[in-house]
Design a protein around this ligand. Structure first.
Ligand code: S3P
Length: 431
């Protein structure tokens, strides 16, 4: 599906972003292995999280939808999953495949997990290697570097593991496997990544201690279900934040956004670029911080983005790159090589699209140099099948006078099915 967008638009009003994708996945996975029924309020009903739901249904877990964004998961405890008939299918979702691998490593049955064309190209060695060290038998293409993965759970033992890549998915897979292991699992992360797994496990009775980048998980007898309320996804909100940051007359209120500090790099960067971002009505639910975000555009300037902030905004780089294309001066993004192995090669996809719009972009092996350009022109862009590229380029399109086209835009269904309606709602043409 192609989408045609007309710019230039004024950004104003208020909006609530869809529920957080990372937390929605975890609510199903951890709910399934808890004892009792987990009720999830504001579950993200989008393709990625539905892949997780289907995988757990195949393993005998009853999951019911009560309306559009409320679900219940009838947990069967740590040892209650059953061997699936046929293959588990993770679709486009790296989180489903990697976190589920950790859970499967602890089961006493064999299961195969596959995914779509994009997921089959993404690196799985990063979870396979440490899970093998814990005692799981895992086979996959190229010696286990790529899916489909066949996982035969075993008697696991806890390991000490320093994460070679900053990855919340790898960390989470090992924590979930650690629930089934004999002894403690210790994970060291040099750059702090999102900690939703740790927070949710603790909420449900897990024992995880964290100090100076070192996490220690001690296995428990059981996890106990409780109600989970999912905050809005800051990664989806980021597209509106950037749209408002580019428009110098904007004023936008984004409600109920998850502002877990491991995810708020985008707010810090937009402030550094010159945008006014305020957070109001802060509260904490199920250990996760949330609040309302108010954005006013004042013109943007280029910045350097590098180092420890990268994992705290990794999914927001497509949106931030669009902001950079509209900023004065140069923005340098470094240390973000992980972008090459996301749902698409995002460095290539961003550079390709921004160049078509008329921005000056240099691709680096691990990032981008973007020189802001005031005279960008409407054009035809391509999502490369990647939801975040489609949404970032839609924001660019509405910020330029004229008509642009986004090819293959249906992929927004992965994380934000109502994206184009939402964008319409907070924007009106300048006349
Ligand atoms: C996620 C972790 C990140 C992120 C992804 C979701 C998660 O991936 O990019 O969109 O839910 O744990 P990595 O762990 O590969 O960095």
């Amino acid at each position: 599906m192609d989408v045609i967008l007309e710019g230039k638009r004024k950004i104003k009003g208020e909006i609530t972003p869809p529920p957080d994708k990372s937390i929605s996945h975890r609510s199903v996975m951890i709910g399934a292995i808890s004892e009792g029924t987990t009720e999830v309020e504001r579950f993200l009903c989008a393709d990625d999280c539905l892949s997780t739901v289907e995988c757990f249904r195949k393993m005998g877990i009853e999951i019911d939808f009560l309306g559009h964004d409320r679900i219940t998961i009838k947990g069967k405890g740590l040892r209650g999953l059953k061997k699936p008939e046929g293959m588990l299918y993770a679709g486009n979702s790296g989180t489903t495949m990697r976190l589920l691998s950790g859970i499967l490593a602890g089961q006493d049955f064999e299961a195969v997990i596959s995914g779509d064309e994009s997921l089959l190209k993404r690196p799985m060695g990063r979870v396979v290697e440490p899970l093998r060290m814990m005692g799981a038998a895992i086979e996959g293409r190229e010696g286990g570097r790529y899916a489909p993965l066949t996982i035969r759970g075993g008697r696991l033992k806890g390991i000490y593991y320093e994460l070679p890549v900053a990855s919340a998915q790898v960390k989470s897979a090992l924590l979930l496997a650690g629930l089934y292991a004999e002894g403690e699992t210790v994970i060291v992360e040099r750059q702090k990544t999102r900690d939703h797994t740790e927070i949710m496990l603790r909420e449900l009775g897990g024992k995880i201690f964290s100090q100076d980048g070192r996490l220690k998980l001690i296995p428990v007898e059981r996890l106990c279900a409780r109600k989970i309320v999912v905050p809005g996804d800051i990664s989806s909100a980021a597209f509106f934040m950037v749209a408002a940051a580019i428009d110098e007359n904007s004023e936008l209120l984004i409600r109920d956004v998850g502002i877990n500090p491991t995810r708020t790099g985008v707010i810090e960067v937009l402030r550094e670029m010159g945008c006014t971002v305020e957070i109001q009505n802060e509260k904490t639910t199920n250990g996760e911080k949330m609040g309302d975000v108010v954005i006013k555009g004042n013109g943007l300037k280029g910045v350097v983005i590098d180092g420890k902030v990268i994992p705290r905004l990794i999914d927001e780089i497509p949106a931030i790159a669009v902001a950079a294309a509209f900023a004065q001066g140069e923005t340098v993004i470094k240390g973000a090589g992980e972008l090459r192995v996301k749902e698409s090669d995002r460095i290539k996809a961003i550079a390709w699209n921004l160049k078509r719009l008329g921005a000056q972009v240099t691709e680096l092996e691990d990032g981008l140099i973007i020189r802001g350009e005031s005279k960008m022109k409407p054009c035809e862009m391509d999502s490369f099948g990647d939801h975040r590229i489609a949404m970032a380029m839609a924001v660019a399109a509405i910020s330029i006078p004229g008509r642009s086209r986004i090819k293959n835009a249906e992929c927004v269904n992965i994380s934000f099915p109502d994206f184009f309606d939402a964008l319409q709602k907070i924007s009106e043409p300048y006349v």
